[in-house]
Design a protein around this ligand. Structure first.
Ligand SMILES: C[S@@+](CC[C@H](N)C(=O)[O-])C[C@H]1O[C@@H](n2cnc3c(N)ncnc32)[C@H](O)[C@@H]1O
Length: 217
């Protein structure tokens, strides 16, 4: 697995896919470079390929309101904001004031930054302050929280809305009968929850570290 980008394909194929997809904006490129050079755990940043997929999905469902669990330095939130109409909104939840201060700095440089609202605190608490509907929900925060975030997302999802959950292959740990990390085990439980719910329409894509697309049937 290519380490820096958490991808199951080679660096060369990953780069080819990026080149064949919509390019990211100048602000996103700068945000990515700054994060990779200066911020710990930069492999958490979704990056240009998954970002292009998120933006594509946003436009496909005609999203106006988006909810995100897990902001980090704000790459995916800005990607999503760029794909929304001028009166669209991204509400993004994170617990970390330090990394999200980087996010705020880059959002302020973008014409789309005004569409983003950050709520700081444990997402299990901040999400209860929100009212739907949301047209797209991106789940990318702490892995043990995923099942609760999915339940909250489904309650607030618009009728044609889409949930996108990241890291659902968890570097391949989902193949282990007993995943070696707690986060891997949490993702395995999340995937089982999705699979066992017949009310859900779903497809798990091997894009980057695994992207689960979920919606109501
Ligand atoms: C994988 S990163 C998000 C990456 C981001 N979506 C991007 O593309 O750059 C996960 C984030 O979840 C946040 N997080 C962890 N536990 C959390 C919690 N209980 N509530 C809210 N955010 C949490 C972390 O602070 C971290 O910034």
């Amino acid at each position: 697995m290519s380490d820096s980008k958490l991808s199951f394909v080679s660096e060369a194929l990953d780069s080819y896919c990026i080149r064949q997809s919509n390019p990211h904006s100048k602000t996103l490129a700068e945000l990515e470079s700054f994060t990779r050079a200066n911020v710990p755990a930069s492999m958490m940043l979704t990056g240009p390929l998954e970002g292009a997929l998120l933006a594509f999905l946003c436009r496909l469902v005609g999203a106006k309101r988006v909810l995100e669990f897990g902001t980090y330095t704000g790459y995916s939130a800005l990607t999503l904001a760029e794909a929304l109409p001028a009166d669209g909104e991204v509400v993004t939840l994170d617990i970390d004031p330090e990394n999200t201060s980087v996010a705020k700095k880059y959002w302020a440089q973008s014409a789309h930054g005004g569409k983003i609202r950050l709520l700081l605190g444990a997402a299990s608490e901040t999400v209860s302050q929100l009212k739907g509907p949301f047209d797209l929900v991106f789940i990318d925060a702490d892995k043990p929280g995923y099942i609760g975030y999915l339940d909250a997302a489904l309650e607030m999802l618009s009728p044609k809305g889409l949930v996108v959950a990241d890291n659902c292959l968890f570097q391949g740990e989902v193949l282990q009968s007993k995943p070696s990390s707690g986060n891997g085990a949490a993702i395995a439980r999340f995937n089982q929850r999705v699979l066992s719910d017949s009310s859900l329409d779903r497809v798990l894509l091997p894009v980057r570290d695994g992207v689960y697309l979920i919606r109501r049937r």
